[in-house]
Ligand binder design. Structure first.
Ligand SMILES: NC(=O)c1ccc[n+]([C@@H]2O[C@H](COP(=O)([O-])OP(=O)(O)OC[C@H]3O[C@@H](n4cnc5c(N)ncnc54)[C@H](OP(=O)(O)O)[C@@H]3O)[C@@H](O)[C@H]2O)c1
Length: 343
């Protein structure tokens, strides 16, 4: 079995590939030969020591999602079969879960049988392990918490991100009008041409010289002066957040789920007269909502992926041994969609 281990907090040179004997599944467990592992910003933060809730102290194996094919059954397992394609439940890699292998940057993974969810035929192997962070993050916020629907205007910053693209599909399916924003003028053209990017409009927030565009007025025009009902935002800082607050419709909400921008003071006074709000969102809330909430979310998302209503956009695939290069690629921010490790 191969696994990637972060031996000390720091740069990509701290990630090492280890070879160990392949473990046997214990009672109630299955062993999954992983076919794909989604890469996430949280992995980079964990490597640098900026997310100890996730990593704990080194050494640790990063990775929050994975999927593959069942290779061996532990004692007493009757509900799964060898050769079955599965997606690891989003709960499985959590650090406190002692019934699984932990982080997913590895070739083989032990997990309780019920946490190896049968994958729909329509979900390709290279997407098996990379759907939860994009789709649970988007679905949990936009459907479970906000219940968006027809008549809503949803703005999605970082339109080229894996979460942003998933959010475009989720919002589009619910009948909302979807506006994506991107900081890269070149990406805007690609996004407009991508069938999986379900944006009605793409707005560019930075010009080729790196200066902010007048995207406030563009949003005013696109919303006929009404403003945006829902921002689903991983940037959320400084001038960017200021513009979002000014662009909100009455009773609108800005959901903050990341902090890609640089923190700075913002003027919150328009929130008062608009009866508007800014709220935080993290997908862990779905897990904390209890097994029924997580089961519903996972079931609905897998169904939509199986039926092709949602489709994961993969930017690039890397071998497990190239995890360091994949981390560098993610920090460059030039990709569109999900970066995936293929062990
Ligand atoms: N709260 C949660 O539960 C949760 C779950 C998953 C992910 N996240 C967060 O969601 C964010 C996106 O994750 P991902 O894996 O989808 O990322 P990703 O695919 O690597 O996309 C990152 C994109 O964000 C945009 N961006 C980066 N820096 C920016 C800045 N300073 N200002 C404006 N835009 C910037 C760029 O998009 P453009 O080029 O299109 O502008 C960039 O390509 C991350 O912050 C991550 O930590 C949160």
């Amino acid at each position: 079995m191969k696994s990637v281990v972060v031996k000390a907090f720091g740069g990509v040179d701290q990630m090492h590939l280890l070879e160990e004997p392949t473990p046997e599944p214990g009672p109630g467990q299955v062993r999954v030969r992983l076919k794909s592992i989604g890469l996430n910003h949280a992995d980079l933060m964990a490597r640098k020591g900026e997310y100890k809730l996730y990593s704990g102290e080194p050494p640790f194996t990063p990775g929050l999602e994975g999927g593959g094919v069942i290779e061996a059954l532990g004692e007493g397992v009757t509900t799964r079969t060898v050769g079955q394609r599965v997606v690891l439940s989003a709960d499985a890699p959590r650090r406190r879960n002692r019934n699984s292998s932990g982080g997913t940057y590895r070739s083989h993974y032990l997990v309780l049988a019920e946490q190896a969810l049968p994958a729909p035929d329509g979900l390709p192997d290279d997407a098996l392990g990379a759907v939860w962070l994009p789709y649970l993050t988007a679905w949990g916020c936009l459907v479970w918490k906000q219940n968006i629907g027809e008549g809503d205007i949803v703005a999605i910053p970082a339109a080229s991100s894996s979460v942003g693209l998933a959010a475009s599909q989720v919002a589009h399916e619910r009948g909302a009008k979807v506006i994506g924003t991107t900081t890269h003028p070149a990406k805007a053209e690609e996004l407009r041409a991508m069938p999986e990017a379900k944006f009605d409009h793409i707005v560019v927030t930075r010009d080729a010289d790196g200066n902010d565009t007048d995207w406030y007025h563009e949003l005013r025009k696109l919303t006929a002066g009404r403003g945006v009902n829902v921002f689903f935002d991983p940037v959320a800082a400084g001038a960017f957040l200021d513009t979002e607050i000014r662009s909100l419709a009455n009773y609108g909400t800005i959901w903050v789920y990341g902090l890609l921008g640089k923190p700075a003071k913002v003027d919150v006074s328009p929130l008062i007269r608009k009866h508007a709000s800014i709220r935080g969102w993290v997908l862990g809330e779905i897990m904390d909502g209890g097994p029924e909430t997580l089961e519903r979310a996972e079931r609905e998302i897998l169904e939509a992926l199986g039926e092709g209503r949602y489709k994961l956009c993969i930017a690039e695939r890397f071998k497990l041994e190239d995890a360091a290069r994949a981390h560098e690629k993610m920090s460059e921010g030039q990709h569109i969609g999900k970066l995936v490790l293929v062990p």
